[in-house]
Design a protein around this ligand. Structure first.
Ligand SMILES: [Zn+2]
Length: 485
């Protein structure tokens, strides 16, 4: 109990210097002094200072502070987010770019994107965070830690969507992280580390914001058109960043104590199994090849079946072989042939050449290579038997990113504390988190996606699942604060 209300002084003072819990400094502030030298801040516009409303605000603040004191003693592992409030903010986010079909069109650098960021800035201020836009157009909000010299714990995700996408991809991670910060702030629960909540810019159009931390956004990318009507460079400026100063964003190992991102699964595993929490083992690596089968284009009516060099027939055999080889082995590897070009692509000509794509994904890049060499050997043999040739050209590689063992354990324990079922699983989709791989130990938490639908208006995660995910994020951040230097 803080004691008696003794005096109110209208003064201007740097509260941050007095108490790191307050990361917001304003010019005109009303300090409420209570016995025992406790200080609360009320921000009031000067000319309304004497109004009744202002005085009511002062008393409301005093009572709020008493309440805050009452819960400040709640042990960290008993803290819970306000699920109703969290889901109300999720609901409000839908209004920024709601499409005719009920989906979300809030592509990076659009008006909807920018207005949503201003809403989030206000929410961050209410949550005891000080927001700013960095040079890459990321919205970064910080709460001070109590131990000097520690690098921040960072949690974030994105709010940009694909055209006519969903209301949950990325957004769940952002809204939950802000709610976690608000919960900690209102409970008066200090962390040793600074806490930073980041809304990464342009995730869907190339992870520009998070990759600026890696220092890997090439200058030529700035001239490329984003998913909206602006170039990436113009888009960064539109959000308040400085595309010519991106280098300032580059982080080194040690600049971040730990990175944790909550995200929807975007697949159907958790939903199908009825499990609340995915403990992400890593983000799968991807390799892509173009495979070219060369045969001989000839007359479809006069060439007997046993004399054909049919490139499409061989390509079809190889496509079937890809599936056989990938599924013959246990594990979570996946492979896809998603594009196929037939030449000359005419109904009455035997296909002379087929070019098709092959993509293989797994957490283990060696396994990707082994599977590919099996496919290559088999494809070469099939081509030979059928009087054709086959060539392989790798044109894309995205290495796998493995999450930190300690963080996986913490997420697992956080789910246990909350009585939630969890499952270790890879992420088949890419995420901003992968940009942190050389900078900080990283972890990811998944919540279920109904029927695995994503990047579409039907994307859905229930209010309870979002609240559960946010509570796991809260417990994880508290535990990370205790574990990492
Ligand atoms: Zn996403």
């Amino acid at each position: 109990m803080p004691g008696l209300f003794t005096a109110i002084y209208p003064v201007s003072i740097d509260l941050q210097a007095m108490n790191p819990r307050y990361s917001i400094a304003h010019d005109h502030e009303l300090l409420v002094l209570l016995a025992g030298a406790r200080i609360w801040k009320v921000t009031i516009v000067k000319d309304r200072f004497a109004s009744i409303n202002s005085w009511l605000m002062v008393f409301a603040m005093v009572f709020a502070s008493w309440n805050a004191d009452a819960v400040a003693d709640t042990p960290g592992n008993e803290l819970r987010v306000d699920g109703t409030r969290l889901n109300a903010t999720m609901e409000h986010m839908k209004t920024f770019g709601m499409s005719d079909t009920g989906g979300s069109t809030r592509v990076a650098y659009s008006d909807e994107n920018r207005v949503a960021l201003s809403y989030l800035s206000a929410l961050m201020l209410q949550s005891g965070l000080m927001p700013r836009i960095d040079v890459a157009g990321n919205l970064v909000a910080r709460r001070k830690g109590t131990v000097a010299g520690l690098a921040p714990i960072v949690s974030g995700s994105h709010i940009d969507t694909v055209p006519n996408g969903g209301h949950y991809d990325g957004i769940v991670g952002v809204m939950a992280a802000i709610e976690v910060a608000r919960t900690l702030f209102e409970a008066g629960h200090d962390l040793d580390h600074p806490l930073e909540i980041v809304v990464w810019s342009n995730e869907e159009g190339g992870k520009t914001g998070s990759r600026s931390y890696m220092g890997s956004v090439a200058e030529r990318e700035l001239g490329l058109l984003s998913l909206g009507d602006k170039t990436i460079g113009d888009g960064i400026s539109f959000l308040g960043g400085y595309p010519d100063r991106l280098a300032e964003n580059a982080r080194n190992r040690g600049d971040i104590s730990a990175y944790i991102e909550l995200h929807i699964e975007q697949g159907a595993i958790l939903d199908r199994e009825g499990i609340s929490i995915g403990v992400v083992e890593g983000i799968v690596g991807i390799k892509r090849w173009n495979i070219t089968v060369d045969g001989f284009a000839n007359h479809a009516g006069t060439t007997p079946m046993d004399q054909r060099q049919d490139a499409l027939y061989v390509a079809a055999l190889i496509v079937a072989e890809v599936r056989r080889i990938i599924t013959a082995e246990s594990g979570k590897q996946v492979a896809t042939v998603g594009r196929l070009q037939v030449h000359p692509d005419v109904p009455n000509v035997i296909p002379g050449q087929v070019v098709f794509s092959l993509e293989i994904r797994d957490l283990d890049m060696d396994k990707v290579d082994q599977l590919f060499s099996r496919i290559r050997d088999s494809a070469t043999a099939l081509a030979e038997t059928n009087d054709t040739t086959v060539g392989f050209d790798q044109y894309y590689e995205s290495p796998a990113v493995i999450t930190d063992e300690r963080i996986k354990k913490i997420v697992n324990e956080a789910a246990d504390i909350l009585g939630l079922l969890s499952l270790h699983m890879p992420s088949g989709a890419g995420h901003d988190a992968q940009s942190m791989k050389h900078i900080a130990p990283l972890g990811m938490i998944f919540v279920p996606s109904k029927k695995g639908i994503s990047h579409a208006p039907g994307e859905f995660t229930s209010e309870q699942q979002i609240t559960d995910g946010a509570n796991v994020l809260l417990q994880t951040i508290i535990a990370l604060d205790a574990l990492f230097d």
